[in-house]
Every structure is written in structure tokens, then in C-alpha cells.
Write a protein that binds this ligand. Structure first.
Ligand SMILES: Nc1ncnc2c1ncn2[C@@H]1O[C@H](COP(=O)(O)OP(=O)(O)O)[C@@H](O)[C@H]1O
Ligand SMILES: [Mg+2]
Length: 374
């Protein structure tokens, strides 16, 4: 069916820096119509991080935050509609990813993932049908429940002209391999490990800054090779896909533990530089291992705004060119939110949202639960 309506995606990633909202059309082609970002306050971010810490957090906190974030997500949508003067009646559905507070996929014996931000509230306040809980059906079908963006990357970036890799550098980093064959069965996608999460946590601990703007602090530091090698020895980086990860694995305790086992003192600024190299090298190694052929690499997510990180990726992936997805006409900041708008569209059309080769699910599955609007 060729429906001309709009879809909205809401995304607040592992960085919990902001609530990103994207409004897209799906016909005649997938296009970003409008976007809006609402910063997440330091206080709210701290509450999210506390709940996401396996050592802390209570069920009461979970309930409160679920409610608070449901309201915040709904308000972010209402702001976008008010700024753009677009009527909610034109929106067929909202896709809300939710805030991940735990992600423990297989090989855990009882795999699960939890995203909060009550979709009942989003549907109630906006009056728009809301799709949420995208990941758990994929886990039920034997998959990782992640990453889910590769199906969207395929829909917008795949080409028969050349092999492409799409890299999303948010809190975590994930890649999508889009072969020239354009066959879904040959698409590969997985989390490569930390993106910005450790960089953000380290600079916050030492300079009380939310992130290292333009990689300025890391640029002052020196790469520490023994520390880099120790970090790279983590089993996650050597495991074959499908694989996905989150804050419960890559966090300050993970880093602290390794710094303590290293028998040398490393200057805090050198740690920042080394963490940046860890992100760059784990992404580049993952792409280089996929295929020796000539390919184009396109980067999206907040990491694209870090020139030092982009420079290191260019160096490590040479002679293959590295660009921002802006070169393909899609602003790198909005791709994930657009992906969840598109996943809502797939849900409303009763079409699968996962790629089995990526998540490891036994079969394609329609993803997301529906909360009807008014
Ligand atoms: N100008 C910049 N310089 C360096 N890093 C940046 C810049 N802009 C954004 N980032 C990084 O990108 C992160 C946000 O990326 P985002 O794609 O929103 O991640 P998530 O999906 O996890 O929310 C920030 O926390 C920060 O680390
Ligand atoms: Mg973000």
C-alpha cells in the first residue's frame, strides 16, 4: 500500500545526551522532513546512569523514570509538531526506541533487554499510535535484539555500485556491511564495542564535562600502547558476530579494573587519547576483516563530529574513503531516530524489522508492540 503519511521516531541512545526526534515520509522515498532535539538534563542523565548501573537502582526508581521519560518523549514529539505546525493527524505512528537501562542478550542463559519511557503516556499525550518494545521479539526469536538499524541502513544506503560500510558512533558503536550484491542474506551488522561512552565517562570524571568537544582533550594526550593492548584483549572484541553490547559491559569500572592491572601510571589525558584509539581501532578492524575489497565508509552518530576520531578512522581504513552520511544526503545526527520512525512504518505495514543475519534471530519478525492513539 502506498501510504503518503508521516512517521516519527524517538531516540535516546546510550549516551543519554538528548532526546532526538525525526519526522519522516516513506513515499515516494524515505526522507527526513523535520527534526528536533531536546537535551537531557544532567540530573535526569545521572538518574538514568544510576538505574543502568547493575550495582545500583531500584524498582521504584525504574517505575519513576519510566513515567518521567514517557512524559519527556511525548513532550519532545509535541515540541516538534508545534515548531513545524504539523498536525498530529498526519502522523501514522510514532516509533519509540526507549531508554535502554539493561541489555544482556545471548550468550546470557536468560537473555533480556529493557527499554523504558512508558509508550502508554506517549500515545495518550500525543494522541498518536505508538510502537515500542522493538527489541524483545527479536530476542524471543533467538536474536540479540540488536543492532536494529542495519535494516534501515540497507533501505537507504545500499547500492549495487560498490560495497559500503555504515558506522554509527553513538554511546556504543555498530557497523552495517552493505554488499554490492544488495542481498539481505549477505548484510552483516554488529556492535563493535564502545563508541563515545568511555570517552564521555572519563572526561566527566576528570573535567566534569559531558563530552570531549571536537576531541580537544584527547588531542593533548599521547596514545599509551600497553593500555591499548590490554583494553583490546577483552574477549568481546574477538568474538564473532552476531554480538551486541551496552553500558553494563563497557563502563568506568571496566576501565578502572584494567588501569589497576597495568603496572604503570598513565596520565589521565593519555587515557582519553587511548580510549579514542580503542573506539577507532575496533571499528576499523571490524570493517577491514569483513572484506579486502574496495569500499566506501559512511559515518553517522555523534562520533562523526569528533575530528580526531574521524581522522584516526581515515588513517586506519585507508585507502578506502571515510565520509559522513551527509555526503549521501542524510544528516548523521538523525539517522537513528529516522530508523525508529521507519521501524514503526514496518510495524504498521506488518513487515519484518530485523535482519536475521545481523541479530541472529531464527526468522524475520515483525517488531514492536502497538499502543493506539486517540
Ligand atoms: N562536537 C563533538 N565532539 C566530540 N564528540 C561529540 C561531538 N558531538 C557529539 N559528540 C559525541 O556524540 C555523543 C552523542 O552521540 P549520539 O549519536 O547521540 O549517541 P547516542 O545514540 O548514544 O545518544 C556525545 O555524547 C559525544 O560523546
Ligand atoms: Mg544521543
Amino acid at each position: 500500500m502506498n501510504d503518503p503519511g508521516f512517521y516519527i521516531g524517538i531516540m535516546s541512545g546510550t549516551s543519554s545526551d538528548a532526546i532526538d526526534v525525526a519526522l519522516i515520509s516513506t513515499h515516494p522515498k524515505i526522507e527526513l522532513i523535520a527534526s528536533h532535539s531536546t537535551p537531557i538534563s544532567t540530573e535526569l542523565r545521572q538518574q538514568i546512569h544510576q538505574l543502568a548501573d547493575p550495582q545500583k537502582g531500584s524498582i521504584d526508581q525504574l517505575g519513576h523514570l519510566d513515567h518521567q521519560l514517557g512524559n519527556a518523549f511525548a513532550n519532545a514529539v509535541l515540541e516538534l509538531l508545534s515548531i513545524t505546525h504539523i498536525s498530529p493527524k498526519l502522523i501514522i505512528a510514532i516509533g519509540s526506541h526507549g531508554q535502554t537501562i539493561r541489555h544482556r542478550p545471548s550468550p546470557s542463559p536468560h537473555p533480556f533487554t529493557i527499554q523504558i519511557g512508558d509508550p502508554n503516556i506517549i500515545a495518550e499525550k500525543t494522541g498518536i499510535t505508538t510502537v515500542a518494545d522493538f527489541r524483545r521479539r527479536d530476542i524471543a526469536a533467538g536474536g540479540q535484539g540488536a543492532p536494529l538499524v542495519p535494516a534501515f541502513h540497507r533501505a537507504v544506503f545500499s547500492t549495487e555500485k560498490i560495497d559500503r560500510a555504515i558506522v554509527n558512533i553513538g554511546g556504543m558503536a555498530n557497523i552495517t556491511w552493505l554488499p554490492q550484491s544488495e542481498l539481505e542474506s549477505e548484510v552483516i551488522g554488529f556492535d563493535t564495542g564502545p563508541g563515545n561512552v568511555l570517552l564521555d565517562a572519563w572526561i566527566y570524571q576528570h573535567l566534569q564535562q559531558g563530552f570531549d568537544r571536537n576531541g580537544a582533550w584527547a588531542t593533548e594526550g599521547k596514545l599509551n600502547k600497553p593500555l591499548l593492548d590490554l583494553l583490546l584483549s577483552d574477549d568481546f572484541f574477538h568474538r564473532p558476530p552476531p554480538k551486541s553490547t551496552g553500558r553494563e559491559m563497557f563502563n568506568l569500572s571496566w576501565l578502572q579494573h584494567r588501569l589497576e592491572s597495568l603496572n604503570q601510571m598513565v596520565a589521565v589525558v593519555d587515557v582519553q587519547r587511548t580510549l579514542l584509539e580503542l573506539t577507532a581501532i575496533t571499528i576499523a578492524n571490524s570493517i577491514n576483516q569483513l572484506s579486502p575489497t574496495h569500499k566506501e565508509i559512511f559515518v553517522c552518530g555523534g562520533g562523526v563530529f569528533n575530528p580526531l576520531l574521524m581522522g584516526r578512522l581515515e588513517y586506519l581504513l585507508a585507502p578506502n574513503p571515510v565520509f559522513s552520511t551527509a555526503k549521501l544526503g542524510i544528516d548523521p545526527q538523525w539517522i537513528e531516530a529516522m530508523a525508529f520512525a521507519w521501524l514503526a512504518y514496518r510495524r504498521m505495514e506488518n513487515k519484518p524489522g530485523n535482519i536475521c543475519n545481523v541479530t541472529g534471530a531464527k526468522h524475520p519478525q515483525i517488531l514492536g508492540a502497538l499502543y493506539f492513539g486517540s
